[in-house]
Design a protein around this ligand. Structure first.
Ligand code: HEC
Ligand code: HEC
Length: 203
């Protein structure tokens, strides 16, 4: 529905926002950056309104910071976010990561038809396919593990979660020790959809 509009807005932002960043005379605070730059896509206080953009609110600080560095260094590839991160200093990245991690992630919804399979994978893994339980790292209720920089999945857009699983499976996104690449390669698309929907419903 809002795709045609997005197709126009996103490329425009892609050019305008980095320009705005470079033009800024002094470093913005975390909240200032979030409000003036990131919110265009990631929504007010880090709760994006559409699944094209991940929610950042309530995400772990160490994880957010790590992702910003990976975009900046080109290890995680995304044209928009690589341009965004290129315009940020290390201090700004720290400040904006701290800001978003202190916000509250909005609730998501699981689709009923995916809950049974999604929960089974999340809580028990798929031993025959050598898939470990997601819960072991992402937490019993999906809130992640801040000291280990394991991201929160609870409440995140299922369409975004699914796209990341596909990206890991095709090695388009790296992960520490290749852990998520190993896991995602062992999931079928139907299993990815189910677990993605399930985690969106966690809170
Ligand atoms: C023009 C749109 C746009 C703007 C503005 C934008 N982002 Fe993003 N951001 C994206 C998209 C799209 C993704 C998903 C990238 C992918 O699929 O790998 C993303 C992903 C991220 C992620 C990874 C989240 C995760 O769960 O792994 C972080 C962190 C992030 N953005 C931080 C920021 C910060 C901080 C700002 C402001 C300085 C910002 N973004 C501004 C579009 C945007
Ligand atoms: C051994 C620990 C471990 C297990 C088990 C694990 N993960 Fe992960 N997961 C990670 C780490 C570490 C990352 C961060 C990767 C990075 O730095 O980009 C991650 C990232 C993710 C992301 C990206 C989140 C975002 O915001 O972009 C998704 C989605 C994900 N995992 C889903 C799953 C699912 C589904 C399972 C179960 C089938 C699972 N994970 C099992 C460690 C784990």
């Amino acid at each position: 529905m809002n795709r045609p509009r997005l197709a126009v807005v996103v490329p425009a932002l892609f050019f305008l926002v980095p320009m705005a960043l470079r033009a800024a005379p002094s470093a913005l605070s975390g909240a200032g950056l979030a409000a003036h730059v990131c919110s265009a896509c990631h929504g007010p206080h880090g709760n994006s309104l559409i699944s094209s953009f991940p929610k950042l609110a309530g995400q772990g600080q160490a994880y957010l910071l790590m992702q910003l560095h990976e975009f900046k260094e080109g290890k995680r590839k995304n044209a928009i976010m690589q341009a965004m991160a290129a315009g940020l200093t290390t201090a700004e990245m720290k400040a904006v990561a701290a800001y978003f991690s202190a916000q509250k992630m909005s609730r998501g919804l699981a689709q009923k038809r995916y809950v049974a399979l999604g929960r089974r994978i999340y809580e028990g893994g798929l031993p025959k396919q050598h898939v470990p339980a997601c819960m072991a790292c992402h937490g019993v209720s999906g809130r992640g593990n801040e000291p280990a920089a394991y991201p929160r999945l609870a409440g995140q857009w299922s369409a975004y979660v699914y796209r990341q699983l596909v990206a890991f499976a095709h090695n388009r996104r790296p992960s520490p020790e290749g852990i998520m690449n190993y896991i995602a390669k062992r999931l079928t698309p139907a299993q990815m959809k189910a677990v993605a929907s399930y985690v969106e419903g966690l809170r």
